[in-house]
Design a protein around this ligand. Structure first.
Ligand code: ADP
Ligand code: ZN
Length: 774
């Protein structure tokens, strides 16, 4: 049993994302209490603070934000000290065993932010701290040695035959060699092992044969550019940019600069406004954080920033799982001016932040889909409030939440309505695929219209981008005779056929199954490969346009390191005429020779059971369309759909964001969905369906009781089976809480907290302000 357990759950002020306000300074902050007892949180999913007494010899060294070793149950665990009290508790407390850090890992702002995350997103405070302090920083202060691999001359001299032999004998070693053949430079052994599957002993064998060299060294600041080489000059603003900048500049000088929505159409030059705003913040002696939706997809933007500033740190978190220790320390020690990174970079230990920029603020990737399920945009606004910094939310298609705040006057909106050089936005034509089927008496992936424009553009040596939000060859293996669909055995999801791999894949749990020829159910029918993904389109294009080169960019083809950069360079150079891809190619790309964009199907998202489906469809079409018409040759967009009259498509085709937002807000208001009502989703997972169902109904009954006592401020939708009823052998039921404000949601969650405790038979997952509805 825990001796030092209190039920004094902290109740931090829990601002809703539309009214994020910092906590009041407590009297404790002004008058440091005597350090008799420490408040400690540990990494468990409970919103509880535990108290320990501080032995006299540790009283001077312990500061909040440091880690401590504490007795917990019958073990010793690591926790974070989050505060102190000198009020004696009515029971005997255990002593802190030791203090781990010499300096705090989390400063006061980070403690406040994590406390807010824990109460707003319903997770443990300890869990929140653990999630925002990267593991490298938590490692004991000695640096970890890492191995790096480079190729040697012997590898470059390797002939095909020898490579083939290695391939037969040791396919994973061959894969590592192939990777090195394609990639000059250095790769961490961990990444190479991840990519090739060849473990360290295999790499050592290759080293012995002289194909590669392995060096060990401390992870260095590979991506902090501190060189003082010549920097590029800022561009001269257009009038619109100048206006935008003037407003930002004025606000930056204010003590509480607030939030700006920079609503600029694609190609309107938002990046230049960001860059000069950063320069202004730096001039004032402050620092900047620049958030991008995904590092690997935004290399053009990152290059532009690096070309203008020194002391830029780019935080990669994908393959290495975390960013480098020395980089974290560099940031903490004020050696870095600008931090660029994906959502977790909002927790960078930068001091004196004056400006946070969130590029493409509407992107889903800012929402973390595992615990703590925070939205980096909302955390950024909170952090900026604590640090009196400015936030710029930049996008061509604001999320409705952000747009609504701007209409309420919570954020100042600045509009960039024209493209640089007065380029026109491309005309968007909608092709009714239903009519196409009737006209041509059958399904064709590429409509006659799109085919015609492709021929035109390609014959003029221009380039084409084709977009489809679905990878693989065919999303269904289906028996025409009995209706059987091949589903994953562990998930309730049709498997996608991948032709190159010659296998059916589950996109949820990655299970594989051999492709089928005849139906395993009725034993007589032939299996039909229905629907299409990027892989099938690639085949179709190769057949139809054999004289042109096509490049497919999706997560199947872009596994290798630097694959994105290489692909985009090939496209930029004109080695490739047709770029085909998933959402990977929807944003950020700026290639003037692209005169045609084809959206193969606008329906993939529209048909999802998600209240954001229309919004996401509108955003995607607008973003993809933004990839063309960027040069003197102009551009055009063709959108294929079976719902050609859907308002998300027609407004996108008319480049009418305001029209779309107005209509969508009406719907959201009627249905009380965000930005009006606030939501929380609870998913119950169990190996037995009955248990998931039973738990969800018990919880929902309790919630309905709570709703009654709170004047029915709270609605409970469901419980029902989740749209994806089973993932990885776990059955899923869910319910949705909807309320007028976050407080009602938080109160309700507190009211059922006992029922949500981790249990073996049913796991429950709470998601406040959810994005994933499947
Ligand atoms: P957005 O991010 O709004 O889509 P970009 O920042 O990519 O737009 O700008 C589009 C193009 O216009 C880029 O090639 C950029 O270098 C160029 N550009 C931006 N501002 C200016 C300017 N003031 N003068 C000249 N070129 C500019
Ligand atoms: Zn599966």
């Amino acid at each position: 049993m825990f001796t030092s357990l209190t039920n004094q759950t902290p109740t931090p002020t829990a601002p809703c994302s539309n009214e994020i306000v910092p906590e009041q300074q407590t009297s404790q902050a002004n008058q440091p209490p005597r350090k008799l007892y420490a408040e400690v949180v540990v990494n468990i999913p409970l919103q509880k603070i535990f108290h320990y007494s501080i032995p006299t010899h540790l009283r001077d060294s312990l500061i909040s934000g440091m880690r401590v070793k504490v007795p917990f149950g019958n073990k010793a665990v690591t926790g974070f000290c989050v505060g102190f009290t000198d009020t004696p508790l009515p029971y005997k407390l255990k002593d802190i065993i030791s203090v781990i850090d010499k300096t705090p890992l989390a400063d006061d702002v980070m403690l406040k932010i994590t406390k807010w995350i824990s109460s707003h997103y319903y997770c443990g405070w300890g869990e929140a701290i653990n999630a925002v302090i990267p593991p490298v920083a938590r490692r004991d202060v000695k640096e970890k040695v890492e191995f790096f691999v480079t190729r040697c001359d012997a590898l470059l001299a390797l002939d095909e035959n020898t490579l083939l032999q290695i391939k037969k004998r040791a396919p994973k070693q061959a894969k590592a060699l192939e990777f090195l053949l394609e990639n000059a430079g250095e790769i961490s052994a961990r990444e190479l092992i991840h990519i090739s599957g060849c473990a360290m002993p295999g790499l050592r064998q290759l080293e012995k044969k002289g194909f590669l060299a392995i060096n060990n060294k401390s992870p260095h600041i590979a991506d902090t550019t501190c060189d003082f080489g010549p920097l590029q000059q800022h561009l001269t603003f257009t009038e619109e940019q100048q206006n935008a900048f003037d407003i930002i500049n004025r606000r930056l000088a204010q003590p509480k600069p607030g939030v700006i929505l920079l609503h600029g159409i694609t190609g309107s030059g938002k990046t230049e406004v960001y860059l000069q705003s950063i320069a202004k913040a730096l001039e004032q002696g402050r620092k900047a954080i620049f958030l991008v939706p995904e590092i690997s997809l935004t290399s053009q933007t990152i290059q532009r920033i690096k070309a203008r500033f020194n002391n830029v740190a780019i935080l990669h978190s994908h393959l290495l799982g975390t960013f480098h220790y020395s980089q974290w320390i560099d940031i903490k020690e004020n050696k870095v001016d600008i931090v660029i990174g994906a959502r977790s970079s909002i927790f960078a230990p930068l001091k004196n932040v004056g400006l946070v920029i969130i590029d493409e603020e509407h992107e889903n990737t800012y929402k973390q889909e595992n615990n703590p399920r925070y939205n980096a945009r909302d955390v950024a606004i909170l952090r900026a409030t604590y640090e009196n910094a400015m936030v710029i939310l930049g996008t061509a298609t604001p999320s409705l939440e952000t747009y609504y705040h701007a209409t309420l006057g919570n954020y100042e909106k600045i509009v960039l309505s024209r493209r640089i050089g007065n380029q026109q936005l491309p005309p968007i034509e909608i092709v009714d695929m239903g009519e196409e089927v009737r006209k041509r008496r059958g399904h064709h992936i590429i409509s006659q219209r799109l085919g015609y424009y492709m021929n035109q553009a390609l014959s003029r040596n221009e380039q084409v981008i084709l977009f489809l939000n679905r990878r693989g060859f065919a999303p269904y293996l289906h028996c025409k005779r009995c209706g059987f669909v091949l589903k994953c055995r562990k998930c309730d999801i049709p498997m996608t056929f991948h032709k190159k791999l010659n296998t059916a894949l589950c996109h949820y749990c990655h299970a594989e199954a051999p492709p089928l020829e005849s139906c395993p159910d009725c034993m007589t029918g032939n299996i039909n490969y229905r629907g299409f993904g990027t892989e099938k389109i690639e085949d179709e294009i190769i057949a139809k346009f054999p004289q042109y080169k096509i490049l497919r960019m999706d997560s199947d083809t872009m596994r290798a390191r630097n694959a994105h950069e290489k692909a985009l360079t090939a496209f930029e150079r004109g080695d490739v005429q047709i770029l085909l891809g998933t959402q990977m190619i929807a944003k950020g790309l700026d290639f003037p020779n692209v005169t045609l964009v084809g959206v193969i199907s606008a329906d993939t998202i529209l048909n999802l059971p998600d209240f954001r489906a229309s919004e996401r469809t509108f955003q995607l079409i607008s973003q993809v369309a933004g990839r063309t018409g960027r040069g003197p040759k102009g551009g055009r967009v063709v959108v294929q759909s079976f719902n050609p009259r859907h308002y998300s498509i027609t407004y996108a085709a008319a480049h009418d964001y305001e029209g779309f937002a107005k209509k969508e807000l009406e719907y959201r208001k009627q249905l009380n969905y965000p930005p009006f009502g606030k939501l929380a989703r609870i998913v119950f997972r169990s190996q037995t369906e009955d248990k998931a169902k039973e738990k969800s109904s018990v919880v929902s009954e309790k919630l309905k009781e709570i709703a009654k006592t709170n004047g029915n401020q709270l609605e409970i939708l469901g419980p029902s089976p989740a749209p994806v009823t089973k993932i990885n052998d776990m059955f899923r039921w869910h319910l949705l809480l909807r309320a007028q404000n976050h407080n009602s949601i938080h109160d309700a969650l507190q009211g059922i907290s006992d029922m949500l405790k981790p249990s073996k038979s049913v796991q429950s997952m709470v998601d406040v302000d959810p994005y994933m509805m499947l």
